[in-house]
Design a protein around this ligand. Structure first.
Ligand code: PRP
Length: 251
């Protein structure tokens, strides 16, 4: 199906059915739509769908943002390519039925989605970090601390839980630059290999959370398209690290 073809409603379908006796029930619904995140998680996410038998030839150079594929004669799926922070938005609103996103991004988004499966890739740690001189500092005695981050919500909770008042400076990238030029005393950011911290003379101070990629599902789609989504989750579970499943796994 051409990705630009508008999907018809059941009512329109029944009207058209009188005109075209060959219309199939496949036309009644959109293909299952999967939101994939651009960036470093795209390659393993696309690999997961290839493992499930889809071509999923998306990469970070792709300019086509919506791709429809058909498998065999009938099963159709649609991939959309979004910024990681937008994946939970597409899924919460039902513009995508399913998404793949890092837990760091999901938690920061606060979006209400069903999260049935940990995928075992995209592992990283959300860390408080800073210059070595900050490591042994007693932050309870500090005033006017500034913390740069892409995660203002998670950072606020972290400091509030410790009863510490800080000024949060939201940035959208290259967070590790902030302490080097005096914009902030500390950063909260994800650490994967540790290279960015090391190469900028920063050190880990406290680990806030362990994160990995998760499959997320729109709550309504999870009820209405249970069979399709369950099939997807079962296939993805086989490709994911079994030690990472949530208790209860596939509901
Ligand atoms: C992320 C993160 C760190 C870096 C950590 O940045 O914000 O800067 O990766 O990875 P490392 O521990 O392997 O060095 P990203 O590459 O997404 O780019 P950004 O700085 O523009 O957000």
């Amino acid at each position: 199906m051409d990705p630009m073809t508008p999907t018809i409603t059941p009512l329109e379908h029944s009207r058209r059915g009188q005109e075209n006796a060959h219309s199939t029930t496949m036309e009644l619904r959109n293909p299952l739509t999967i939101a994939l995140p651009k960036g470093r998680m795209l390659a393993p996410a696309a690999e997961l769908f290839r493992h499930l038998g889809w071509r999923c030839e998306l990469d970070n150079g792709s300019r086509q943002l919506l791709v429809t594929e058909t498998k065999g004669n009938e099963e159709t799926i649609r991939f959309l390519l979004a910024k990681p922070a937008d994946v939970p938005v597409y899924v919460e609103y039902g513009a995508a039925d399913v998404g793949i996103v890092g837990q760091d991004v999901l938690w920061e988004s606060g979006r209400d989605v069903y999260e049935p499966l940990h995928l075992g890739f995209g592992r990283c740690r959300l860390m408080l970090a800073g210059r070595p001189s900050q490591r042994d500092r007693d932050f309870r005695l500090a005033t006017g601390l500034r913390v740069a981050t892409k995660y203002p919500g998670l950072t606020r909770s972290y400091f509030q839980q410790r009863g510490l008042s800080v000024e949060i400076i939201p940035l959208t990238g290259s967070i590790e630059l902030a302490p080097l030029v005096g914009l902030a005393d500390l950063v909260v950011d994800v650490v994967e290999t540790g290279r960015t911290l090391r190469e900028n003379g920063l050190v880990e101070i406290d680990q806030i959370a362990d994160c990995q990629a998760v499959l997320i599902v729109n709550r309504v789609a999870h009820r209405l398209r249970l069979a399709e989504i369950r099939r997807l989750i079962t296939g993805a579970t086989a490709g994911a690290d079994p030690t990472n499943q949530r208790p209860g796994g596939v509901e």
